[in-house]
Design a protein around this ligand. Structure first.
Ligand SMILES: C[S@@+](CC[C@H](N)C(=O)[O-])C[C@H]1O[C@@H](n2cnc3c(N)ncnc32)[C@H](O)[C@@H]1O
Length: 243
């Protein structure tokens, strides 16, 4: 199996694992940062590119958005459709071309930890740009490049995390790690590669955030204290210029 086939097959094989996965980092930390970056979504047409089983679309629709989720994994889409309320639409499609979507259809686009799964990263950004209306915003959350360089790189002494071993940062490409009892692959790209690709696609970089927990989030989940030590996620706030 080549890399492209592996990247696609892994989500098909593990759709049920993903549906059952603990989403504490999203619900307890990242969602608040994503919603803050998106602004008021009520009445807005939002596309969630790589929507998985639709959790974030459901959240957006609950806030009044017209949410469209696109994903490549049929079992995840089936789950999303089974839970969908009004204002939610799910389409099978590839983030690398978004051919199921027309031009300039959306006010907002979301990519919530999906870029690590994509081989044709530049094409996916061009597709996101195409489906956004001029003036629209694209909020991208990804695993932080300092983490994708060495997945699960904490160096421990007993139960104590001593430090995170960052290495091979400029060596971009696939990284293998164990997840759900199998070899999973994420794509590692540097921070400058991300920013250059966004700019090359035509986006304006409006903001860059490295999420840490609020006092309330930390009180609710003390394990989030590690998020102050080494960046785990990164959020890029991008816009398609109005003209
Ligand atoms: C880590 S999951 C994130 C799902 C969702 N964004 C969330 O936050 O719950 C990655 C998702 O990307 C999807 N995906 C991977 N490659 C894709 C592609 N080329 N086009 C569309 N979706 C893809 C997978 O099917 C999976 O649902």
């Amino acid at each position: 199996m080549n890399l492209e086939q592996h990247l696609r097959a892994q989500w098909n094989r593990h759709a049920q694992d993903w549906i059952q996965e603990d989403q504490a980092l999203r619900t307890g930390l990242l969602d608040a940062w994503m919603l803050d970056a998106l602004g008021d979504v009520a009445g807005r047409h939002v596309v969630d590119i790589g929507c998985g089983e639709g959790r974030f679309c459901r959240l957006l629709a609950g806030l009044g958005a017209e949410a469209t989720g696109v994903d490549l994994t049929p079992a995840l889409l089936a789950r999303a459709r089974s839970l969908a309320g009004e204002r939610e639409t799910y389409l099978e499609g590839n983030a690398e071309d978004l051919t199921s979507l027309g031009d300039a259809q959306f006010d907002l686009a979301v990519s919530y930890i999906v870029l690590v799964d994509l081989l044709e990263f530049h094409q996916s950004l061009e597709a996101a740009y195409r489906v956004l209306r001029p003036g629209g915003r694209f909020v991208v959350c990804n695993v932080h490049p300092m983490r994708t360089a060495v997945p699960y790189g904490w160096i421990r002494q007993g139960n104590t995390k001593l430090f995170y071993a960052l290495d091979t940062y400029t060596d971009e490409g696939p990284r293998e790690f164990e997840w759900w009892g199998e070899t999973f692959v994420n794509m590692h790209r540097s921070l400058s590669t991300h920013v250059s690709a966004f700019l090359d696609a035509g986006f304006v970089l409006e903001g860059l955030r490295e999420p840490t927990p609020s006092a309330a989030q930390l009180a609710a989940d003390p394990d989030l204290a590690d998020e102050f030590r080494v960046p785990n996620f990164i959020i890029f706030v991008l816009s398609r210029p109005a003209s």
